[in-house]
Write a protein that binds this ligand. Structure first.
Ligand code: UGA
Length: 435
């Protein structure tokens, strides 16, 4: 089948490429010329393991094509997918302006029947909004649908090609037929549903996972007070299949482009219909404070941080991505600078996110080329992102090069170090009494 994907961000690019991988002819369109030029040269603009290989393969076999000509792209396919950004506005509501712009372009461009699919995470009712906008610009017949994406950054290709379900929200037989045919080659369970439910499923899925994280983080905070180990508790509850063991890693809270935005988005969707979703408000509030736990622990060792040297290891919001959006590392660094009026040495290292970090962090921060360089002469190492490279270090040995051997593991990602010369702290684990 022929499909056009409008927007080559994470969702648009990764899903567009995967549709081409299962044999469809895909045009990925974006107004960002820079990005499209890179893609035409088979270079992937985002760090996503395995994606560039698939771009090269499917561009060469003629299944994948990139363009900035939106109206040509729209008229070349029967199925048009909208995968443009939907950032949060300051009141937590979703900025629909990019989606609406695309709807207007579609309305002004289509000359034959199309199925218009929302892939972006958009509030309930957005597909109908898109329908109204397109209708106001054309008499051509079309249908709208919602096919939310559940990929995770860092494992996008595998999540799409081997996902656990595909949700298709439709309200017409014609759209249903086309979208079933489009997705059948994935050989993944398909849930056919109405459009509003499909839209709500996306928010409910992300918010539920975020709730699991805030829940286990609160258990961790409680475990510290009662002298228990949150990793043991997570193991104990996670082996109950009704709870499930995933997304029960306590730490410094969730970040990234999705959970923070979608939890606020769900609260906002509820508010708009007069529903007070206070449970989600608490999930957001717990997360807002969670990163401060590592700073509290640092202050328990150094009540005055002025003049100290601290290394931050891992900057991206999670491993296997170069994405720093809503990364807890940024909040930690900001707070450290605020607390000390900038009178603190901060040395940072991330295996992949350094280029991005240099565009965001102040130049008073020292950017290092390795864990070793970042910890030399440092008085505390904060492990913020559980990159393999960071986790697999022999920390007892590595820490010998620090001025003071203080290690705060914000992700419970290394084995607790029991050594009289090392102060080791983690989140919610009753280790050597240092919390
Ligand atoms: C998330 C969802 O997992 C995807 O299913 C969804 O498609 C995507 O949002 C989206 O809406 O596009 P992503 O943001 O890439 O994916 O990352 P996750 O792996 O879900 O991690 C999110 C955050 O939660 C990270 O900061 C991570 O460190 C944190 N986390 C995750 C924890 O603190 N504990 C855990 O147990 C798991």
């Amino acid at each position: 089948m022929n499909i056009t994907m409008i927007g080559t961000g994470y969702v648009g690019l990764a899903s567009g490429v995967c549709y081409s991988e299962i044999g469809h002819k895909v045009i990925c369109a974006d107004i960002d010329e820079n990005k499209i030029n890179q893609l035409k040269q088979n270079r992937c603009p985002i760090y996503e393991p395995g994606l560039e290989e698939l771009i090269i393969k499917n561009s060469l076999n003629g299944n994948l094509y990139f363009t900035t000509d939106l109206s040509h792209a729209i008229n070349s396919s029967d199925i048009i997918m909208i995968a443009v950004g939907t950032p949060s506005l300051s009141d937590g509501s979703v900025d629909m302006s990019y989606v609406e712009d695309v709807a207007r372009i579609i309305g002004n461009s289509i000359s034959s029947y199309k199925v218009i699919v929302n892939k972006s995470t958009v509030p309930v009712g957005s597909a109908f909004r898109v329908r109204d906008i397109i209708k106001s610009h054309t008499d051509t017949n079309f249908d709208v649908a919602s096919v939310p994406e559940f990929l995770r950054e860092g494992s996008a290709v595998n999540d799409i090609l081997n996902g656990e379900r595909i949700v298709i929200g439709v309200d017409s037989i014609k759209a249903r037929k086309q979208l079933l045919e489009l997705h059948e080659p994935f050989q993944i369970h398909i849930q056919l549903t109405d459009i509003h439910s499909a839209e709500l499923i996306k928010y409910a899925a992300n918010s539920f996972l975020a709730m699991k994280i805030s829940f286990i983080n609160e258990i961790a905070n409680l475990a510290e007070k009662v002298g228990a180990d949150v990793t043991e508790v997570a193991k104990g509850i996670g082996s109950d299949s009704r709870i499930g063991s995933k997304f029960l890693s306590a730490g410094i809270g969730f970040g990234g482009a999705c959970f923070p935005k979608d939890t606020l988005g769900l609260i906002n969707i509820a508010q708009k219909v007069g529903h007070n979703f206070s449970l989600m408000e608490e999930v957001v509030e717990v997360n807002r404070k969670q990163y401060q736990r590592v700073i509290g622990k640092l202050l328990s060792v150094y009540p005055d941080l002025r003049g100290r040297v601290v290394s931050i290891l891992g900057l991206t919001f999670k491993p296997n991505t170069n994405d720093l959006r809503e990364a807890p590392s940024l909040k930690i660094i900001n707070d450290l600078l605020d607390l000390t009026d900038g009178n603190i040495g901060i040395k940072v290292y991330d295996p992949v996110g350094m280029t991005e970090a240099k565009t965001i962090l102040p130049n008073t921060v020292t950017f290092c080329n390795s864990v070793e360089e970042a910890i030399i002469d440092s008085e505390a190492a904060l492990l913020v992102t559980e990159w393999k490279e960071i986790v697999e270090k022999d920390w007892r040995k590595t820490s010998q090069n620090m001025r003071s051997r203080v290690i705060i593991d914000g992700r419970n990602c290394i084995k607790p170090i029991q050594d009289d010369e090392v102060i080791f702290m983690s989140i919610g684990r009753n280790v050597s009494g240092n919390y």
